[in-house]
Design a protein around this ligand. Structure first.
Ligand SMILES: NC(=O)c1ccc[n+]([C@@H]2O[C@H](COP(=O)([O-])OP(=O)(O)OC[C@H]3O[C@@H](n4cnc5c(N)ncnc54)[C@H](O)[C@@H]3O)[C@@H](O)[C@H]2O)c1
Length: 419
């Protein structure tokens, strides 16, 4: 067994937090219990590149309970929780290669260490592991049965690989399951981004102008939670339908060049690059906060910010970098422009990751069952799995719902009855 973590002595506090998250993850717990009995992943080698958080720890333990041999590395250099990494190594037999704050070389060294186990399943969040496997470690592809992908940006990259004919094995897009994107992206990102901004800055949001760039699944969550805190929310979009939806939801919609002058807080969550650029930064008010919640740290142009502040930069609080412009205005970059909810807080609450990771665990089981029968392309999570996760989640929350009567079922299937 190999590992590379900050300090295995942190395992104690890590365990407490992993157990705390487990209390909010009833669906994954039920899957883990069944995996423990049925061992559907016996001997399967899984290499996972995910945020190393308490929720991920619960997923790794569920896969191990199913019989898998698991290696884990980070999907972002700033999202690792070192105590969780330690607990997984010390107590769960997972090979973890992740240290919070690792540099780019170490980040890729750790991905390669996971690939050394010759995985049969890859589990990615952003498609960096798949990308390394396809570009540099093609010797490791032959054994791979399939993979899963957790986030929008990863799915976009994988679809691009598919249409270029570059993808060599099937990958399940966990991100697109309803029980993932409607909850994790919206309520998870919504709550944890606002939480991260508050933890990092302790600024009051009520009465402030809060600009959300990107009104997709995540942006909707961030906008609604910021409004819930009493902020005046402006949405910036490039898609006319999304912009219209934001407008009818009651937000102001305008180009970023206009929003730049009035915003107090800016959050990018588009999956795109160069969203906040020099021309926007130049217009911002003294004290503005800049945060990114999109997958990569390319949404806020950090180079343009550095060029404007010409070295007048200081770490003013944990996760807050103050950039002073030549006229004295200060702009504050949170979490180094990386996923703010993971860099400056703990990521999504466990209750939503319960559903995302239930989809992950069941998709891995499905891939193993389908071994050799799938094409090298992106597959959706099978609808039965998605619906089962919703059913189990409702049950876990103690909520019952109605069922169609036989008469209603036949009415909904028929076309003869009308006016
Ligand atoms: N922080 C987290 O924990 C977390 C969680 C899930 C997803 N993500 C990431 O967040 C990003 C967004 O995910 P999503 O599911 O909301 O995607 P999405 O595709 O549903 O929405 C993205 C939106 O951004 C808009 N957009 C694109 N370029 C833009 C630009 N230049 N200016 C303004 N708007 C622009 C698009 O029109 C779209 O409406 C992705 O990178 C995804 O991987 C982060």
């Amino acid at each position: 067994m190999g590992y590379d973590v900050r300090d295995t002595g942190l395992a104690g506090p890590g365990r407490g937090r992993i157990d705390w998250a487990a209390g909010e993850m009833p669906v994954l717990a039920q899957i883990r219990e069944r995996f423990d009995k049925e061992r559907p992943l016996e001997g399967i080698r899984v290499a996972a590149c995910l945020h190393v958080t308490t929720e991920t720890a619960n997923l790794m333990e569920a896969l191990s309970a199913g019989g898998a041999e698991v290696a884990l590395c980070a999907s972002n250099p700033l999202s690792t929780q070192d105590d969780v990494a330690a607990a997984l190594v010390e107590q769960s037999g997972v090979d973890v290669y992740a240290i919070r704050g690792e540099d780019t070389d170490m980040f890729f060294k750790h991905i390669n260490a996971c690939l050394d186990i010759e995985p049969q399943i890859t589990m990615d969040d952003g498609a960096d592991m798949v990308s390394v496997l396809h570009k540099q470690r093609t010797d490791r592809i032959a054994d791979v049965i399939g993979g899963t992908e957790e986030t929008t940006t990863g799915v976009i990259r994988l679809r691009a690989m598919g249409s270029d004919g570059a993808l060599r094995y099937p990958i399940v897009s966990v991100n697109d399951a309803n029980t993932k994107r409607l909850f994790d992206n919206r309520f998870g990102t919504g709550q944890s981004v606002v939480d991260a901004i508050m933890r990092a800055t302790n600024r009051l949001l009520a009465g402030r102008t809060f600009v959300v760039c990107g009104y997709g699944m995540c942006g909707r969550g961030v906008a609604s939670r910021a409004r819930g805190m009493g902020a005046h929310v402006i949405v910036v979009e490039v898609d006319p339908t999304a912009a219209l939806e934001a407008l009818m939801e009651g937000y102001r919609v305008m180009p970023l060049l206009d929003a730049a002058r009035v915003g107090d807080v800016f959050v990018t969550v588009t999956g795109d690059k160069g969203v906040i650029r020099g021309e926007h930064l130049e217009r911002m008010k003294d004290g503005a906060l800049l945060a990114n919640a999109g997958h990569f740290d390319v949404e806020i142009d950090k180079r343009a910010l550095a060029a404007l502040s010409e070295g007048r930069v200081r770490a003013i609080r944990d996760s807050v970098e103050e950039h002073t412009l030549s006229d004295g205005r200060r702009l504050h970059l949170l979490g180094d422009g990386r996923l703010v909810n993971l860099a400056a807080a703990e990521g999504h609450p466990a209750a939503v990751m319960d559903m995302s990771f239930a989809n992950q665990a069941l998709s891995v089981e499905w891939l193993v069952k389908q071994r050799g029968q799938l094409e090298p392309r992106v597959y959706p999570v099978p609808a039965e799995i998605d619906e089962e996760v919703a059913r189990l989640k409702l049950r876990g929350m103690g909520v019952e719902i109605d069922e169609l009567t036989p008469e209603q079922e036949s009415y909904l299937r028929s076309w003869e009855e009308g006016t």
